[in-house]
Ligand binder design. Structure first.
Ligand code: HEM
Length: 459
């Protein structure tokens, strides 16, 4: 099917129908699992900025890669549901996860969690991130090889566990860390990730079957979280500032506290959303910086303008460091699209007709790779963020509206701080010269092979 000759954005009296991708639905689902970015780009080429996908066995989804339509959706966020479109994440995160909620419940829970990710809390986290990174670097020796994504995952997991539990030692903490890593490694490739998308594979044949293993490990994580919650119940939490304690102390308008399953699912959601994503983006950043020596040199010049002991919050304001991290978040979408938006009533968006059965996916990838906004979009070019600013509908690595990423400020700070700390202390190089491509890892897209690096020398 060809794109309509009528501009989708001109005021049309009869709304247009969204074009359907003309491929078998099982093939569309596989392409979405195995290569969602190429699949999106091919469809845009063929159908334009708005097209409908049919994922075999799942709901149909409309992809949107136009900033005007993105604005129409995100600026009227109250007219859409999101949580009920995220049901695929339920087996992973539990029914009480923030990302599965809508309406008042979502608003209330977000309000409760929000203060933990802003203001003075960020200052505390900045010192923790710096310290955790410095501790991790102590083990590096010249000549040593390491996989950037695994190294970053150690750091981001440590950060998120400290932020959520206020814990950094003890057997429960160590076990939790180890099981979380094993659990997420169960979906570390497109084939293994298929289990999240294909209900027919979601059968528990015991702990050696893929679904059985996932459930078994999730139960172990639940048990550890439950034990931590019970221990906290006998403690005075009024002086504690970690998220678990804050959530245990919180009461709604009726004076009700969150139940244990609610607490448990929110902890798991934050741990999952908060460390996989950040580890992935850090690995891409290390890759691009070492793939482009001129960029690395400019970063060193930027860092040399402040003493090594500078306050971490001042360090992350360095303009070139900021531009590099913005460019990494532009070029590499961590998830293939934003969460789906489901219209609560029939409506026309961008000249197209939508109804309540549509799941609308705004694609950060398509928006961030528009030639007229980001010339030569495949090129890694931090200068584009020094030369101009972008609207929140042209640049949205953390989504937008009432579902904007809860941890965006923590993530941006962590990205810049970990990079700056590594660059200030070590010189590294890529251990392999071949270009790194992405690979699906569960719901996220990660560098294939994790980016192999070598330590050259301490600075
Ligand atoms: C580089 C790192 C990260 C990226 C790229 C990222 C990206 C995103 C995106 C695109 C969304 C969906 C927004 C939408 O559909 O409008 C999201 C939601 C969310 N993120 Fe992040 N995220 C990152 C790190 C974090 C961190 C560190 C945390 C918390 C510790 C976090 C917690 C969440 C939560 C709880 C939601 C769901 C919000 C809701 O449904 O109201 N994320 N994130």
């Amino acid at each position: 099917m060809n794109p309509s000759p009528v501009s989708p954005l001109s005021p049309a009296t009869t709304p247009l129908t969204v074009p359907n991708v003309d491929l078998p639905n099982w093939w569309q689902l596989w392409r979405w699992i195995q290569g969602p970015l190429e699949f999106q780009a091919e469809n845009r080429q063929r159908y334009g900025d708005v097209f409908e996908l049919d994922f075999w066995g799942l709901a149909r989804g409309v992809l949107v890669g136009d900033p005007v339509v993105a604005e129409e959706i995100l600026s009227q966020d109250f007219r859409f549901d999101v949580g009920r479109g995220n049901l695929l994440a339920e087996p992973l995160l539990g029914v009480n996860s923030l990302i599965l909620m809508d309406g008042d419940r979502h608003r209330r829970e977000r309000k409760l969690l929000m203060p933990s990710f802003h203001g003075d809390r960020l200052k505390t986290y900045s010192h923790q991130i710096r310290q955790i990174t410095l501790t991790a670097l102590q083990h590096w020796q010249p000549g040593q090889r390491f996989v950037a994504r695994s190294f970053m995952q150690d750091i981001t997991l440590e950060v998120i566990i400290q932020v959520i539990f206020g814990l950094n030692q003890g057997p429960r903490y160590k076990t939790l860390k180890a099981i979380l890593v094993q659990w997420l490694d169960l979906i570390d490739s497109p084939l293994r990730s298929s289990i999240l998308f294909l209900r027919v594979l979601q059968v528990d044949w015991g702990k050696y079957s893929p679904w059985g293993a996932m459930r078994n490990q999730r139960q172990q994580i639940y048990d550890l979280l439950q034990a931590e919650i019970e221990e906290r119940r006998s403690q005075d939490l009024s002086q504690r500032t970690d998220i678990l304690s804050l959530m245990m102390e919180a009461r709604d308008e009726q004076g009700e506290a969150l139940s244990d399953p609610e607490l448990r699912d929110e902890m798991l959601t934050l741990m999952f959303a908060g460390h996989e994503t950040t580890a992935t983006i850090l690995a891409w950043a290390i890759y691009e910086i070492h793939h482009n020596p001129a960029i690395k040199d400019r970063l060193h010049q930027d860092l040399a303008t402040v003493p090594a002991s500078t306050d971490p919050l001042a360090l992350i304001q360095l303009p070139y460091l900021k531009a590099v991290s913005q460019e990494v978040l532009r070029k590499y979408p961590v998830i293939p699209s934003l969460f789906p938006r489901i219209p609560q009533e029939s409506m026309v968006l961008g000249g197209y007709q939508f109804d309540t059965s549509h799941l609308i996916y705004i694609s950060g990838y398509l928006l961030h790779h528009r030639e007229e906004i980001y010339p030569n979009p495949q090129q890694f070019n931090p200068d584009r963020f020094l030369d101009r600013t972008y609207s929140p509908y042209e640049y949205l690595p953390f989504g937008g509206g009432n579902r904007r990423c809860l941890g965006y400020a923590l993530a941006e700070m962590e990205l810049r701080l970990v990079l700056a700390t590594i660059l200030q202390h070590f010189e590294l190089e890529l251990a392999e010269s071949k270009p790194v491509v992405y690979q699906r890892r569960g719901f996220t897209l990660s560098p294939k092979g994790g980016v192999k690096m070598r330590v050259l020398q301490a600075l």
